[in-house]
Every structure is written in C-alpha cells, then in structure tokens.
Design a protein around this ligand. Sequence first.
Ligand SMILES: NC(=O)c1ccc[n+]([C@@H]2O[C@H](COP(=O)([O-])OP(=O)(O)OC[C@H]3O[C@@H](n4cnc5c(N)ncnc54)[C@H](O)[C@@H]3O)[C@@H](O)[C@H]2O)c1
Length: 443
Amino acid sequence: MAAAAASSKMILQPPVRSGREASVRTPVALFRSSPPLFSRNQASIKHSTRQFVGLKAAGQYFSSNFSRGDSYKLLEASVKTSQRKTLSKLTCSPGQARIVAYKVAVLGAAGGIGQPLSLLLKMSPLLSNLNLYDIANVKGVVADLGHCNTPAQKETTQAKGKAVLDWDFLLNKAVSGFTGPAELADSLKGVDLIIIPAGVPRKPGMTRDDLFNINAGIVKDLVEVAADTAPNALINVISNPVNSTVPIAAEILKQKGVYNPRKLFGVTTLDVVRANTFVAKQKNLRLIDVDVPVIGGHAGITILPLLSKARPAIEFSTQEIEELTVRIQNAGTEVVEAKAGAGSATLSMAYAGARFAESCIRALDGDPDVYECSYVQSELTELPFFASRLKLGKEGIEAFVHGDLNNLTEYEQKALEALKPELKASIQKGIEFVNRESAPLAV
Ligand SMILES: NC(=O)c1ccc[n+]([C@@H]2O[C@H](COP(=O)([O-])OP(=O)(O)OC[C@H]3O[C@@H](n4cnc5c(N)ncnc54)[C@H](O)[C@@H]3O)[C@@H](O)[C@H]2O)c1
C-alpha cells in the first residue's frame, strides 16, 4: 500500500550537491537545444528569475512552483540521459527538488476560463494528468495543448525506488479530452482535484445571481457524477453565483453521503488577486509584496477586502478605503462592461484559478505553509458558508485563520454586518434548489 501511494505521487529526492549553488532558470529556456544557455546579462537575469514567484500568493515562496526549482529538476529528470550532461550544471539548490504528480480534471475546459486555466495547469510540474471535460469543443483544446512540451508529465515505472519519467509521454498523453455526459465519469476517475468553471458567464447589466437558473443545474449535475466517481477529490467551484453553487455542491455531496466540508471550495482567489493589484498600484508597492485577505462571499457587497489586515501594514485614508473596497467589489463588472457582451473575466480568473489549484496540490503533497482565501463551510460567523483565509493541508482545510476577523475597523465591521443578509439569502437559495430538485413528484 505504502509503495503504491508513494508511486502514485512520485517523489524524487534531490541529488546531494556541494560547493557552488546552481542556477535556477525558467523551464522554457531549458528546451533550447544548444548552448549558450545564459546570455552576457546572466547575473541580472538570474536575479530577476529568482525574484519571480509565479502563481504563488504573496509572502509564500515555495520551491514547487512551475517557475522555480521543481520544474527545473523535473525537466532535468525528464530529458534523455544524453542530454543531462549539459543540464547537470543547471539544477536547483539542495533541498528544493521534490517532484510530485497529481491528477486534475477541469469541467468546462473548452470555455473562456477553462482554456487558459488548462494551459496554466499544463505548465505545472505538479500534475501528471490533466483531464479536460466539456459538452463540446474539447478535442481541439486537447490537440492544441498537447503540443506544448511543458513539464506536465506522467509517471511510468518504478525502478530501484526512483520514478522513471517517460519523455515521449510529454507530447500528448498527459492531457486527455472527454466530451459530453457519457464521458464525464471517465474524466473523473482517480483524480485528486476537480475544478469546475462550467456554465454561462455574465453579460453587461447582469448580476452573478442572474446566472443561477442555468448554472445551478450544471453544477448539480457535475457534482453528482463527481460524488459517485471521485468522492475523495478536492472540488474547486468557479461557476457563478459561487455564493449559491458551493452550497448546491455541498447538498449534493451530502445526499450522496460523501460530503467532506474540508474538501469543497468556492474559488474567490480572483478577489484577492484584484485586491492585491489595486492596493499595490494605489500605494506604489511591488505587486508581489501585497497580500489582502478578502472575506465574505463572491458577489457585490458580499466581497469584503480587509484592508486593515493587508500585508505589508499599509495606512489608508478613509476615502482610499471606500474607493478601493468598492472597486474590488465591482472589478468583475468592470471587465464585463469592457468586454461589452463577450463574457466576463477569463484570463485573470484562469490565473487565479490556477494559483488556487496549485495551492491545493501543494497542500495535498504536504507543504506545511499553504494559505488561501476561499468560500467554504464555516463557523467563523453565523453563516454556514463564508470566505476567509484558510490553512490548507493534506486533507483539505486544516485550519481557519480566526485572527483576520478580530479587531476589524468600524468600516469593515459595518460592511460585514451589511453583507450577511445577502449572503444568507444566496446560501438559502442554493440549498432550496437542491431540495426542490430532489423532492419526490406529487402524484
Ligand atoms: N469564481 C470567479 O471568480 C469567477 C470569475 C469569472 C467567471 N466565473 C464564472 O465561471 C463560469 C464560466 O465562465 P466562462 O467565461 O469560462 O464561460 P464560457 O461560456 O466561456 O465557458 C463555459 C464553458 O462551460 C461549458 N459548459 C456548459 N455547460 C456545461 C456542462 N453541463 N458540463 C460541462 N461544461 C459545460 C461550455 O460548453 C463552455 O465551454 C461562469 O459561471 C462565470 O460566471 C467565476
């Protein structure tokens, strides 16, 4: 059993290195076939590459990101022995390399979010298999993505305790397509993480709640099959209205007898990403240095950025607090209006979704330092679902960061009280939808 578990997660130990520390470079550069691998500006490039933390949350600086050490080691391990001589000088520093391989399914993979999200996931060395499901147009996405020689790879055999990576497998097979309800269950077999961006997006003038009638049924149908096929997987719900679709997913999982509240997440990372971006720009800070927890829900006034808890500690005027809060709450509408009928946020959402997915995978793999905000079943307030900062672990939610709700400013406290009725109604709407759908028909 233990051996099987180890093999399914594929862990390689880093080589013991001594003397000078090796350079860490981006994966792309490694695929260039011939030297020189560094330019004359190597020192500055190396420096800026080291500063780049990819999808990670600010303040977190792990080695398992696709843009840092692990992908480097993975690529080195992936290439044929004959090529290793060149690459051996470029390995990451001791203690950084730990290669993992998880299976992820994206449901709604051919959509505006699904496609760029799948691309970002394909770039992650943490994944062995990427299963793409949609009701249409998946084949093209799979053919397209399958040509990326990015680090996503598949474990093959075990030799003397070391996983052997199949270089040929990189080209196509790590990404698989599944079309239509008949193939949904197959797309979910053995996956560790299910990401759901399926459904219709907003058009100008619509609220997220206006999407309820279509998306509620889509999420319900997908989670029913997920409950039967991959009951232990983490589920990341992106489909709006998240304030209702997460309670819908919870009710379905309960009905199926497999609900684990630690494993069901509404993805609110985009609110955090936007808050970090707007605050950094307002205060002239480096984007990567800012971290603002965003609590509540994921629609209008239910989105509550806690600017008093921002890191680094930042002074805001009352006017700045009001303007930033409103902008963060309406940022989705900003994009919907700019796209003028062509949909809602897709690229920033794909980025945020990939960051959250990567955090989930790192946590599953035992990284002890993974914190993200997410909309989950919660006891932090009287509301049964609430977004807040969480510590993620091997079994999903490991702990709630209670401190974020202490010592709120008067403005935040009022905003928190103001959001509760709307959030409560959205939760109730989701629960009632499932109960109504599953009530026996009156004869
Ligand atoms: N959580 C967030 O922060 C956030 C941000 C932006 C958008 N969203 C939401 O994400 C969802 C998707 O947005 P988009 O821009 O990608 O929309 P889109 O219309 O571009 O893509 C949706 C995809 O879902 C597919 N789909 C529809 N029904 C399906 C089903 N039953 N099973 C599987 N796939 C199905 C469609 O074929 C399409 O490919 C929307 O609900 C949108 O409101 C959430």
